[in-house]
Design a binder for this molecule. Structure first.
Ligand code: OAD
Length: 478
């Protein structure tokens, strides 16, 4: 059952949760998966009207009208001089393109050494299946499972996330888009915090599935930093961190969005950016999890969409499939005026784009300088291949002083140039941790909900009214 565990930190980002995560592992190419919607429907209200102006509904109406030949309007203007990777690159560099929305997933961090979820052989789901003998490894990330049995999740954290992680060229490319005033918003499903470490502004970033940089006790709401949690996971009492308050000892959980939980309010607040953007850049994601996977269909009809990924996704052909399972791309359609799929590694795709735009040298310099700063401050003296390896997408780097995932933001103190100062400030914001906040008392209302949080809203038709749905899987395999 979907749950909306309140966030005890009294912060804005988890209150009034209106979206929840769904994982349609088997997105269908042309049909509806009966098991697709695990959104909690038990508390569905019949009073909430369906928002007929929802862009996804508008898209479906127009799609049907077009299919039936009753859409009487001029075809949309093509914004590209050529529907190709090069055409998109030229468009980005042009004055026509100033509001880019970037959508990313685990594939942008694999070259940093963090495994993605679904890649065959290397994805963590397959590893978990083998190592933990779990039929459905996704269970580890379901709130309903985690709250009763947090140990497998923390064992996974302990086993998988123990390297040194630096932002990838792809992260720095997104930062360059911001530096050049082209980035409207960056929606990420990643919880690794590498965006902030790369210097992308908090204001530009939507961490749709939360972040492991903050944690809190599920019973009393005490907040803890990443470092505190890390010490507990690897400490003698690990791997499950327990509240330091002796009278509580509740399970401490990361402030991530698990399946069945609601997405941060900030996600819903910025959906209109996708309606308004003049370019959508999607990188390193299987687009398998709702509501994230439904975002691309919100763009205007002629807005160019570039998808950079190792593998293509099956594109839902039927409008209802697209609505439920995402997609709706025109990659293979004859009348495609805007969609381009570039098959390959995200870092390489970003360098290729940057080269066409004349930003290539600047990007290489940025990556090199930033990595050098991180290396220096982490005490990494073995430079062999650190920059080169990452720019070649070959994975993590050798280190002398390993830090663990998410710890970068607290362990790295950046050189205080004006730019880096602001980066450091942003990084330290997300790493305000145990020592700063750990013992902060949490006020609760009569229901035991920490103040500043609200419970999830319900909707009449969660499956269709996607603006008001929950993060859950579209796959009910248990
Ligand atoms: P996935 O593992 O589902 O997809 C990652 C995609 O990136 C795959 O299509 C890979 O082929 C591709 N990929 C991997 N490395 C790449 C590289 N270097 N360059 C280009 N492409 C690469 O990860 P997500 O789509 O992020 O949610 O998964 C979405 C959500 O599912 C996660 O946020 C998580 C997970 O269950 C929760 O836990 C709630």
């Amino acid at each position: 059952m979907a749950s909306s565990k309140p966030d005890p930190e009294n912060t804005e980002d988890l209150k009034d949760k209106t979206q929840s995560v769904e994982d349609p592992e088997q997105k269908l190419s042309d049909g509806v998966d009966e098991n697709a919607d695990l959104t909690d429907k038990t508390n569905v209200s019949t009073e909430t009207p369906v928002d007929t102006e929802d862009p996804q509904m508008v898209w479906m109406r127009r799609y049907f009208a077009k299919s039936l030949g009753i859409l009487f309007e001029d075809p949309p203007e093509c914004l590209l001089d050529e529907v190709s990777f090069e055409g998109i690159a030229r468009y980005i560099a042009s004055d026509k393109c100033n509001k880019i929305v970037v959508m990313t997933g685990a594939g942008i961090s694999t070259s940093a050494g963090i495994p993605d979820f679904r890649s065959p052989n290397t994805g963590c789901y397959e590893q978990l299946k083998k190592e933990y003998n779990i039929e459905n490894p996704q269970k580890l990330f379901e709130y309903s499972y985690f709250k009763g049995n947090p140990e497998p999740y923390y064992k996974y954290r302990k086993d998988i996330w123990k390297g040194t992680y630096k932002p990838t060229p792809c992260h720095y490319f997104i930062r360059m888009l911001e530096n050049k005033n082209k980035l409207l918003r960056h929606f990420t499903q990643n919880i690794d915090g590498l965006e902030m470490l790369a210097g992308i502004s908090e204001d530009k970033l939507i961490q749709a599935h939360g972040t492991i940089n903050h944690s809190y006790c599920m019973d009393c709401g005490q907040t803890y930093t990443q470092k505190w949690v890390r010490d507990k996971i690897y400490g003698p009492e690990g791997p499950v961190p327990r509240c330091a308050n002796e009278s509580c000892r509740g399970i401490v959980r990361p402030k991530i969005v698990m399946f069945g939980e609601n997405l941060p309010e900030r996600f819903a607040e910025h959906l209109s950016d996708i309606d308004d953007c003049d370019m959508l850049l999607i990188m390193g994601t299987s687009l398998a999890v709702r509501p994230f996977s439904n975002l691309p269909i919100r763009t205007k009809d002629n807005v160019p969409r570039l998808f950079i990924n190792l593998e293509s996704i099956r594109v839902a052909k039927h409008p209802i499939s697209a609505l439920f399972f995402g997609g709706g791309f025109d990659f293979e359609n004859e009348d495609n005026i805007r969609d381009v799929f570039w098959k390959g590694k995200c870092d390489e795709g970003c360098f290729a784009l940057a080269d066409i735009m004349g930003w290539g040298d600047e990007l290489r310099k940025l990556v090199k300088e930033e990595h050098a700063v991180i290396n220096k401050e982490l005490g990494i003296t073995d430079e062999t291949g650190v920059i080169d390896k990452t720019t070649e997408n070959t994975g993590s780097t050798s280190t002398k002083k390993p830090a663990r995932l998410g710890s970068n933001t607290q362990d790295v103190k950046r050189v205080q140039t004006p730019q880096r100062q602001s980066v450091h400030n942003r990084a330290s914001k997300i790493s305000q941790g145990p020592s700063d906040q750990a013992m902060k008392p949490v006020t609760k209302d009569k229901r035991g909900v920490p103040s500043g949080t609200t419970q999830r809203k319900t909707s009449t038709t969660p499956a269709l009214n996607l603006n008001k749905s929950v993060c859950n899987t579209g796959n009910s395999k248990k």
